[in-house]
Design a protein. Structure first.
Lengths: 322, 344
């Protein structure tokens, strides 16, 4: 059978087949729909903010600090927000939100109608990623606003905007990593529960299991000897956070109360102090500096982006049917 | 008058702009064209051939795509819209590669059992669909209102889709497929899961739509296809077994198997008399209607001997007519023949 006719152009039918140029904003339309109908609801936002704030609020109400104390000198609130709010709850919310974005639509059958529309599948993926970033931003802004108001009652108010800014930037890094990672998996796996499994395990492993075992590995020097920090997401995230703080407060490494807790994330290493006879008389802590913070950021971002690209490719090739 | 280089460039630019959206089409009539279109699911020994080298030529008008469940109808349609990949062969929609953005721009698609975003209202959903097809908000709103009016969804436009009935959802699906005024409408089992009234309404809508655009409709409900379509393609086990106009198919089958039905006050006596006649190939009393069914060898001769047989049998003729061959009869016959061939 020939296909010669398919090459013909029927100019006499130009009016019949002429179609106006279509607007190319489908990515933003998908982002808007995903944000408003899949990710965002007042109830969900309130519940998310509540879980992100409950521990910092309780902890804050239990501790009394002298008036006009610097929030960075007295480091416990920062650490709780770093560890609990942005280490555990925020990633879990992002993972749970990003996981079903592609897989659920494919599973439920709504994707079949979506892919029959004149939109490239890559645009669908990008649209969903934009929506996820916007959702994370809104969530982070709401949470940090409440924390900032709460903190301004106890700490010196001059540093609150800086505190807000540092955590907002850090939250965007967490969002980029966990959001990209999970959305990538959502494009790869068919079942939403399979998508959620790996990122949730990473969160639990990084911020709970390794939080217990990492100090042991550090003290036994296995952490450094076997170069475990290369694969330690907790270390890289901590490195990014301290990198951001250091950018705005270059003297932060001198604030012992703020820095010491980061030993739990491999950011400090213990070194023995020897006397003149060569006997150990104590330890001192120094920055581990395995990686510059910018490289940690690049590694995390690249990891998420690679997975996102693989996920987009897999989704592009995926058979969509009910 | 000679043109300067700049003028020529401007003219080319102008022409490119003018003809940018004029499409290359296969012919005035051929809307969907497939060549050895094949879909294989899985790999190796576990692979299943869902669609096997089908050559489809869908011309303008309403074209039915018939087949039993699992025949490969939905797989074929999903390949045409680009939801699933083509394993072998090719498919074009008005000359554009099936599944390409350009081909998707000219089709409207209603899937089998369409699924909607339950937390959206009808209007929000339609607006989303319209915008995805490149329509501006103000333009879309106008068209959606029209469609809601036509499809009797006006009162439900601000209601969440989760609260729609099955029929309303089906109509909403059709509205969503029509919002960008497609040139070809692809409907996969549009009346599935609907009650008889809902079915009748949808059939009416499709018939009305067929005046404005080409419709490719798949179904396994033959009476509906018969009402809607001029041409049908019958598919079974992934292969096309027949493709022609309904009129031609019926003529073809009526010629090969033409049954007359007689009803008398003495059917047994008449049957005996009929069996001795040369112009009768086969005669029997059907258990379903208790009437005499006759397959004559010659129609004219058979009709001439009827009064003679009545006189011979001393019977009174109560009814005599030629059984009309329905698409369903043909379809069942075709399926049975194919199944026999398959198992032989």
């Amino acid at each position: 059978m020939t296909n010669s006719y398919s090459q013909q152009t029927y100019r006499e039918n130009q009016d019949l087949y002429y179609r106006p140029k279509r607007r190319k904003i489908s990515t933003l339309i998908i982002a808007k729909k995903t944000l408003l109908f899949d990710l965002f609801s007042i109830q969900k936002l309130l519940a998310s903010v509540f879980f992100m704030l409950i521990v910092p609020i309780v902890a804050h109400s239990l501790v009394t600090v002298p008036a006009d104390t610097s929030i960075f000198d007295e480091g416990y609130l920062s650490f709780i927000i770093y560890f609990y709010t942005y280490g555990l709850v925020f990633p879990i919310i992002i993972v749970a939100s990003a996981g079903p974005l592609i897989s659920e639509e494919v599973n439920s059958g709504t994707m079949l109608i979506l892919v029959s529309k004149p939109i490239d599948r890559t645009r669908i993926m990008i649209g969903k990623f934009i929506a996820l970033i916007l959702f994370g931003m809104i969530l982070s802004i709401c949470t940090l606003s409440i924390i900032s108001i709460m903190a301004s009652m106890s700490y010196s108010t001059g540093e609150i905007p800086l505190f807000f800014g540092i955590f907002f930037i850090y939250s965007m890094c967490v969002l980029l990593f966990f959001g990209g990672f999970t959305l990538g998996l959502s494009g790869i796996f068919k079942k939403p529960k399979n998508v959620l499994l790996l990122p949730l395990l990473i969160v639990i492993f990084t911020f709970l299991i390794m939080f217990i075992f990492r100090p042991m590995l550090i003290m036994s020097e296995a952490y450094e000897d076997y170069q475990l920090y290369h694969l330690d997401i907790g270390y890289h995230l901590g490195n990014i956070y301290l990198g951001i703080v250091e950018t705005f407060i270059p003297t932060i490494w001198e604030v012992e109360q703020f820095i010491t807790v980061f030993a739990y994330f491999g950011l400090l290493k213990f070194e023995w102090i020897y006397n003149e006879q060569g006997y150990p008389i104590g330890t001192e802590t120094n920055p581990s500096q395995y990686y510059p913070p910018s490289i940690s950021f690049l590694l995390m971002t690249m990891m998420a982006m690679i997975l996102l690209v693989i996920g987009t490719f897999m989704y592009y090739k995926r058979e969509v049917s009910v | 008058m000679s043109m300067t280089r700049l003028e020529i460039q401007q003219e080319i630019k102008h022409l490119k702009e003018r003809y940018r959206n004029i499409q290359t089409i296969p012919s005035n009539k051929i809307e969907i064209f497939t060549e050895f279109l094949t879909k294989i699911y899985g790999r190796g020994q576990r692979s299943i051939v869902a669609v096997n080298e089908i050559n489809l030529k869908v011309e303008s008008g309403v074209h039915g795509f018939l087949g039993p469940n699992g025949a490969g109808k939905t797989s074929t349609i999903n390949m045409l819209i680009g939801a699933i990949s083509i394993s072998r062969g090719r498919a074009n929609i008005r000359g554009f590669r099936a599944g390409s953005i350009k081909s998707r721009r000219i089709i409207g698609f209603l899937p089998q059992d369409p699924v909607f975003y339950k937390n959206m209202t009808g209007m929000q959903y339609m607006m989303y669909m319209a915008q995805l097809n490149g329509l501006a908000k103000h333009e879309a709103r106008h068209k959606i209102q029209d469609l809601f009016r036509t499809l009797e969804l006006e009162d439900a436009q601000d209601r969440k889709i989760g609260k729609y009935s099955g029929g309303m959802k089906q109509r909403l699906g059709i509205a969503a497929a029509l919002v960008h005024e497609p040139e070809i409408l692809i409907l996969d089992e549009p009346t599935a899961n609907l009650d008889p009234i809902g079915r009748a309404k949808i059939i009416e809508k499709i018939k009305a739509l067929s005046k404005r655009m080409s419709v490719f409709v798949s179904s396994h409900i033959l009476s509906e296809i018969e009402q809607m379509c001029e041409k049908v393609t019958i598919i079974n086990r992934g292969s096309i077994i027949l493709s022609d106009t309904i009129k031609n198919i019926k003529e073809m089958y009526s010629a090969s198997e033409n049954v007359f039905i007689l009803d008398t006050n003495a059917n047994n006596r008449v049957l005996l008399a009929l069996k001795n006649k040369e112009s009768v190939t086969k005669a029997w009393i059907d258990v379903n209607d208790n009437k005499i069914h006759v397959v004559p060898s010659n129609n004219k001769e058979f009709q001439e001997i009827i009064p003679i047989i009545m006189a011979e049998s001393n019977a009174v003729l109560k009814g005599f007519f030629q059984q009309e061959t329905t698409l369903q009869d043909i379809f069942i016959d075709l399926m049975e023949r194919q199944e026999r061939r398959y198992y032989d």
